[in-house]
Write a protein that binds this ligand. Structure first.
Ligand SMILES: NC(=O)c1ccc[n+]([C@@H]2O[C@H](COP(=O)([O-])OP(=O)(O)OC[C@H]3O[C@@H](n4cnc5c(N)ncnc54)[C@H](OP(=O)(O)O)[C@@H]3O)[C@@H](O)[C@H]2O)c1
Length: 345
């Protein structure tokens, strides 16, 4: 393993998250001979521009012909399961963006700013939380550490790219069809996503009334915070935005707080607080790394115990590709230090 640049494989290189991961590595100058790209048979053989050259996507079946330090999985849960089996005995760390293993007790579910302590030199498989969970907990964790959190009510305004590249294509094709008065066809979403708002398309649980996305936020938040009885009520909504999710969050604390305390607690790397009156939008934050927080208010009826926040985050970046790469960075440092204990000082 190179101390500076590990050998990395990106699985799902043609998709929304895979493309973003490639672009982050490219922006850091990660050498072309230390990155391999994989996809299904559909994209195998296609090329991706990289650092003034190009890189060919290989068929996934070939992944164990190479030796990788890290594999970043940007595909479905089935693919993650298959790669996990293929690389069972390799000394490779898998970081998975799918939801397949997020609730497995032996798989750490990690947001580096929140629970990086779960990562160590023996870690071989890590799950990235759901994009909505990542942005929510990145913002709320410092508040929990300072004031304690009793309950959360969150309403999401989720971009169509949360459903992958096909979601973006559908927004553009439907927008055009609406504007030209043509027939609007749907395949990714249950109804037109252009000029429309609807509850998240994931499967509804008839017993709880929560859809799949809402259930993920509940289960993952409770797991990451190790608080199985936390009161958390999400309502997830799709909006006609290409990229970056927004959330309106009502959070109840264990003790009364004032606005300045909240602002102070949120002054952390990876978080950006908007000035009062600034119009914080998904369009503005698309393409950037931070979790942006604005409109910080207190419920005047709550004696300082309830705050309302507006959060915007590029969910393809911090909600997926960047979070995975931050996990990789932590583990890479752990592994380098383990192999060269003298560099620890
Ligand atoms: N989009 C988001 O905002 C977001 C956020 C958090 C987590 N995630 C998760 O990240 C993962 C990727 O999402 P995405 O949005 O990037 O989806 P996407 O745009 O639909 O891309 C899916 C990728 O998976 C690849 N793939 C499919 N079947 C494959 C196979 N049999 N072998 C190898 N590769 C295969 C596709 O490659 P081909 O083109 O070759 O078929 C494509 O590159 C999903 O698990 C998703 O739930 C997404």
């Amino acid at each position: 393993m190179s101390e500076l640049f590990p050998n990395i494989a990106i699985v799902g290189a043609s998709g929304a998250v895979g493309q973003e991961a490639i672009s982050i590595l490219e922006s850091r100058g990660h050498p072309i001979d230390r990155i391999d790209l994989f996809g299904s048979e559909q994209s195998a053989g296609k090329t991706v521009p990289y650092l003034g050259s190009s890189k060919t996507i290989s068929c996934l079946a070939d992944i164990n012909k190479h030796q990788h330090d890290f594999v970043i999985l940007c595909a479905t849960g089935d693919v993650a399961r298959r790669v996990r089996e293929l690389l069972l005995f390799a000394d490779t760390v898998l970081i998975d963006n799918s939801s397949e293993f997020r609730l497995d007790a032996d798989v750490p579910l990690v947001i580096p700013e929140v629970n990086a302590h779960l990562l160590n030199v023996d870690t071989r498989f890590v799950s990235n939380p759901n994009c909505s969970t990542i942005m929510l907990l990145a913002a709320l964790d410092p508040l929990r550490n300072n004031f304690g959190v009793r309950s959360i009510i969150v309403t999401t305004y989720q971009a169509v790219s949360g459903a992958g590249k096909a979601g973006i294509d559908e927004l553009y094709s439907q927008s055009q069809a609406h504007l030209y008065n043509e027939e609007v066809s749907t395949s990714v979403f249950p109804c037109s996503c252009a000029f429309n708002v609807f509850e998240h398309e994931s499967t509804l649980n008839p017993e709880t009334g929560f859809n799949g996305e809402e259930t993920k936020i509940i289960q993952e938040t409770r797991r990451i915070w190790d608080d199985p009885s936390l009161s958390i009520l999400p309502t997830c909504v799709r909006v006609p935005v290409e990229r970056a999710h927004s959330q309106s969050v009502i959070v109840e604390f264990d003790r009364p707080v004032v606005i300045n305390e909240i602002r102070h607690a949120l002054t952390q790397p990876g978080l950006s607080i908007s000035n009062e009156g600034h119009l914080l939008t998904p369009r503005e934050v698309a393409g950037s790394d931070d979790v942006y927080i604005g409109r910080i208010r207190l419920d005047p009826q709550s004696e300082g115990r309830r705050a309302i926040l507006w959060i915007c985050t590029d969910q393809i970046r911090k909600g997926a590709a960047l979070n995975a790469i931050q996990i990789m960075d932590k583990l890479h440092i752990e592994r380098v230090l383990f192999q060269n204990p003298s560099s620890r000082a």
